[in-house]
Each structure stands twice: as structure tokens, then as C-alpha cells.
Design a protein around this ligand. Sequence first.
Ligand code: SAH
Length: 355
Amino acid sequence: MAEKRITYFKEIIDRLEKEKNLSDDEFKALLETEDEEVLEYLYAAARRVREGIYGKDVYLRGLIEFTNFCKNNCKYCGIRNGNKNCERYRLTFEQIIDCCNIGYELGFRTFVLQGGEDMYYTDEKMEMIIREIKRLHPDCAITLSIGEKERESFRRFFEAGADRYLLRHETADKAHYEMLHPSDMSFEHRMQSLKDLKEIGYQVGCGMMVGSPYQTIDHMVKDLRFLQDFRPQMVGMGPFIPHHDTEFKDEKAGTVLMTLKLLAIVRLLLPDVLLPATTALGTLDPKGREKGILAGANVVMPNLSPTDVRGKYLLYDNKICTGDEAAECIRCMTGRVETTGYKVVSSRGDHVNFV
Ligand code: SAH
């Protein structure tokens, strides 16, 4: 690339670091460039900012995929209700508690309960699970990732002891949202849920799939504007990967490169954000999560689900880590993180500015 262009990009990356903002056209230019010198400069800025706040620490979240029943039919998702080939399972109360106990021994201090929108787990059942985890492990954080609910349910879970909630917005563009979801789901309700969660007092995570069908650079800029405005404590971003039993089976997957650029840009926009290097990123590239950490991510989420259900929580094809025991997952992840020069720590890893 011409020297002049490189100077232009370095100037906008410096300004993004300093002012945490750029014009739409500058964001687009960054999202479109594939120049290696520019990208390395971008990732280096993201690492500097992240180390200034969180040092070399990488936080662990123990992911418990406790049900793959779901009432929704998101067009991209392998566990959507309409997929008759999906073998359904639910963990019992005891199994969920066992996962946490095993995780605690292994050093996890955050448990993420993720699942489809499964009406079997009523508010009462969820409260019982949350209270029991908190009773056994009061020094741990509980993150919920169980989709959209009404404000009252979110409030009840928070009262019961849930600390954080992950609800990716998926895309900040209403028309695009409607291309990814059936007509009985609403963009407004997803956004309202995010607002409710924030007001109730959760540390909130939103985020988008990178390279989902019909996604444009303009949509990505809109996502960045949404993040600037909403100011989440966490941002979950991973590449879209097609699942063979969905109408998007023949669509192209998102790319590792675009995911890395977005991780770095989001790190510079929201310096203290908690940013996971996702399993989807590791699925597209054997070194995907390591590359994510080197682009500004500071969270990894090893799987704590019992091995016999691992292979059934398939949101997309070729998902990695579906066979290993929890102990093996954490060993593997710790080693991977070490290769990047960062280190896994055993702490709750709360958002640094969350009060
Ligand atoms: N039911 C919960 C949890 C969903 S699973 C909820 O609605 O929030 C967590 C995330 O996986 C989703 O938010 C989505 O962004 C991602 N996901 C689903 N299908 C995917 C696919 N085919 N490729 C990549 N990511 C996918």
C-alpha cells in the first residue's frame, strides 16, 4: 500500500485510540482494509489499551449449555425450534450444580448459564438454580444467557443473585434483524430487553454475529454506533457459521479477519469492555482464539457442560471442543492463552468500572 495511505490509516487509528470515535467513512475504511501493516498497527493499539486496564490477565467463564430446547426459530441457529433433526436435552438441577462444583475446583469464578428459550425453566426454577449456585459459591459471578424475557423476570433473576446477562443484539439494523429472524420475533423487544437489563443493574453484554447473511459494512458501522451509545460492559462477537439444517446452510461464513478487526475496534471504542475470544472464532481457525486475544480480547469461555450433551448444543457446523472433559478444556485453554504472552487468571473478572 502506498506510504500515504498507511499514514492516513495510522492517523485514524491513533485518533480512535485517543478520542474513541471516528466518522462513518473512517470506520468503513478501517473495516475494509486488509493491509497487514495497518492491521498490525490496529491490533497493537488494541493490546496497549487493554493492557493499560486489565494488564495481561485473561478471564475465564465456565460455559454451561444447560438446554437446547428453544421456542424461537432464528434463521441462522442450529437449535432453532423448527429443526427436527436436533436431538434435544435439558440438564437437571443437580447436573447444573455439579457442573458448577467441578468448575469451582478447576478455578472458575464465573458461571455462564446459556440455553435456548426453554419454557420448561420457569422463573421459579431459574431462581432456585441461581440461589443454590450463590449459596454454594458466594464468591462467584453468575451470567445468564437465556434470551429475551419480560422485565419482571429479569428483575427476579437479579434479586436471586444473577450478576450479568449476555444478550447479543445480533445486528443494530431493524431491516437486517428481520432478515435473520422470523416475523414473530421483534427487533424492538430485543433492544428493550437490553435496556431493561441495564436499568435493573446487570453487567450487560450485547454483540453481533460477524458476516451474517445480508450484513453490509454500513450495518457494521451501525453496530459500532449502537455500542457507543449503549455502552455495554461486555461485547460478544463471533463469526457467523452456517448450520446444515437451516435455510442459511449455503450462505458464506463470516471471516476471521473481519472478526479480529471488529474486536480491535471495539476495544478502542470501549477501552474497559470485557471481550471474549469466542468458540466460533476458534472453529473457523485453529488459532482463532489466540488471534482474538492478540487483537484485544480478554475473556475465554471454556465449556463446562457434561461431555454427553456437548455434541448436541450445535448452533453451527463443526463446532470445536465438543468432546473434552472440563478439566481438559481448561488445560488446553490455559496453554493456548500462554502462547500469546497473556495469562489465564482465576477471578470473577468483573468490569473494571462497574459500580
Ligand atoms: N438463546 C440465547 C442464547 C443464544 S446462543 C439468546 O437468544 O441470547 C448465543 C449466540 O450464538 C447467539 O446470540 C448468536 O449470536 C450465536 N449464534 C447462533 N447461531 C449461530 C451461527 N450459526 N453462527 C455463529 N453464531 C451463532
